[in-house]
Design a protein around this ligand. Structure first.
Ligand code: 5CA
Length: 440
């Protein structure tokens, strides 16, 4: 992609309304623009990151055996009256009526909708287990939308739902999602720690929040330091096998958010206790028959008995993650994208656009990298070097590959790794193979 043709406007000044670093950097890097309070348009650079995060979520959900669907944003109020949540949800729910005066709502979550689908589509115990999810916009009329996409009113969530015959089977489904979440966040370059949590309006008694540490986090967290040294990748995990040992390993050490933190239970002391702020990037719940009972969602057992199904729901804050990743990975100059979610892999900086030799070298590098599947943003603008470097540091692509008149004479280019800032003067071929062979 040529930057001269790309829709990207960076800002030098810090927008006054942005209180935290991720919000500031997202506005300055031209990733989003506010449409109204807590509602954002995603511009090309931001949208690419959002898509990358979605793709990782889709891949990890597929690996864990969950199937993607897409449910609507607008739901009938009557469905929520059946579960009793239409009145219980309060002013956070955006209520709408259609031209026939039918009460509708913009979904804040989809437990009712998915339970209705299950109620209508499954009959027998043989139809279980089921695990469906979607990535869809939600609306919650937050009293205090703030921090940009971190606490929006309209936000993108991955919400998944499992259906099982009994607690034991439902716990297996819960464990699968628990492990899938560890892997998902690790792939995004994050250390998300599962913590005991309150289940709030979703309900249920088994619930974990996945929290990353950040000074700007909205909740206080208390956790055993040893959790931060554990490897969440679980690369060779067998989702068909018993995941209870992994669940136990992660939950045997103390970790809780302030809502659930109990100093009388927390035995971690002194330097083993991390007391910090955290951002909730996901939340999983086992809620049993909370929705299947009022909505009448049951299956027939071999002896003809009807049994209510046991449910769980599993949320990931997809749009919040864009901000959360920036909170976890930035420096004074701007964003430092982890490779897996970066909007482009390489910033190709031509210091002398219009110069025949520089243009030829830059175009050749662009073609070779693109052919190898590397996403390149080619800064071909007629701008001062200082402006180009500042912009590229701000938008934070993992590599900066600079072509300049002095270097090309000697057959070299400069390669900088954004994280850490190491710079090297390399031959064109070595620079290419350094990028292509890099294993993040
Ligand atoms: N139905 C359940 C799980 S599918 C549910 O709605 N859970 S939740 O309320 O905890 O939301 C799931 C995730 O969405 C949260 O962990 C958080 O990362 C994200 N989220 C929640 N509210 C907002 C918001 N106002 N802005 C951005 N992200 C949000």
């Amino acid at each position: 992609m040529r930057l001269s043709r790309y829709f990207l406007t960076t800002l030098k000044e810090t927008p006054a309304e942005a209180k935290i670093v991720s919000h500031r950097l997202m506005l300055r890097a031209g990733m989003v623009r506010q449409a109204s309070a807590g509602i954002y348009s995603w511009l090309p650079l931001g949208f690419r990151v959002l898509r990358n995060i979605e793709n990782i979520v889709h891949e990890e959900m597929a690996a864990a055996g969950a199937q993607a669907v897409l449910m609507p944003t607008l739901q009938l109020a009557d469905l929520w009256r059946e579960s009793g949540r239409y009145d219980a949800y309060g002013p956070e729910m955006l209520r709408i009526s259609d031209r026939h005066d039918r009460d509708m709502l913009y979904g804040p979550t989809n437990e009712e909708q998915i339970t209705q689908i299950m109620r209508d589509d499954i009959r027998s115990y043989r139809d279980l287990p089921r695990n469906l999810y979607h990535i869809q916009w939600k609306f919650r009329d937050e009293i205090r939308p703030r921090f940009g996409v971190m606490r929006g009113r309209e936000f993108l969530m991955k919400d998944g739902y499992s259906f099982d015959l009994d607690f034991e089977a439902a716990k297996r489904s819960y464990n699968i999602m628990f492990v899938a979440y560890l892997r998902t966040y690790a792939r995004m370059g994050l250390k998300a720690i599962p913590m005991q949590a309150d289940s709030g309006p979703i309900g249920g008694d088994l619930s974990h929040e996945f929290v990353i540490l950040a000074d700007t986090g909205e909740s206080a967290v208390y956790a055993d330091k040893r959790l931060f040294d554990m490897d969440p990748h679980a690369d060779d995990v067998d989702f068909e096998g018993d995941l209870e040992p992994i669940f136990k390993k992660w939950t045997s050490l103390y970790a809780a958010t302030d809502e659930k933190h109990d100093p009388t239970v927390c035995s971690v002391e002194g330097e083993n206790l991390v007391e910090a702020r955290g951002i909730e990037v996901g939340h999983i719940f086992y809620f049993g028959t909370k929705y299947s009972e009022p909505l009448g969602c049951a299956v027939t057992m071999p002896d003809g008995e009807k049994r209510l199904i046991h449910g769980g729901s599993y949320g990931i804050g997809v749009s919040r993650l864009v901000g959360a990743i920036i909170e976890a990975s930035h420096d004074d100059a701007g964003i430092v994208w982890p490779d897996a979610v970066a909007p482009f892999n390489v910033a190709l900086i031509n210091l002398k656009s219009g110069d025949e030799v520089c243009d030829a070298v830059a175009n050749d590098l662009y073609a070779k990298l693109s052919d190898a599947g590397v996403q390149v943003l080619h800064d071909d603008r007629d701008e001062r070097a200082g402006v180009k470097f500042a912009d590229m540091d701000l938008i934070g692509l993992p590599w900066q590959l600079t072509v300049g008149p002095r270097g090309v004479k000697a057959g070299t280019v400069e390669l900088k790794r954004r994280a850490g800032g190491d710079k090297e003067e390399l031959s064109i071929d070595s620079a290419l193979s350094r990028i292509l062979d890099f294993d993040s």
